[in-house]
Design a protein around this ligand. Structure first.
Ligand code: FES
Length: 87
């Protein structure tokens, strides 16, 4: 599991291994647009402020992945214990 801080909403959520960031964030009452929920459309793209995303989508280019400034929260996860995103 890892912790995700949502800076605009001012909350923190815990994401267990069997759930997506998108699911947990929605459950916490934060509305996020999504479509495919399989990492292919780019609808759920979310800016990353701190932490290292574990990219599992097929939308971002290699360069975008390396820069780590954005992520698809329907499938991607966190490499570390904590991720800070702009939601
Ligand atoms: Fe399509 Fe996340 S909802 S990439």
């Amino acid at each position: 599991a890892f912790t995700v801080e949502l800076v605009e909403s001012g909350i923190e959520v815990e994401v267990p291994p069997d759930r997506s960031i998108l699911e947990v964030v929605r459950e916490a009452g934060v509305d996020v647009p999504s479509s495919c929920e399989e990492g292919t459309c780019g609808t759920c793209e979310t800016p990353v402020i701190d932490g290292e995303p574990d990219h599992r989508d097929s939308v971002l280019s290699e360069l975008e992945r390396e820069m780590g400034g954005t992520m698809m929260i329907c499938v991607s996860r966190s490499c570390g214990r904590r991720l800070v995103i702009e939601l």
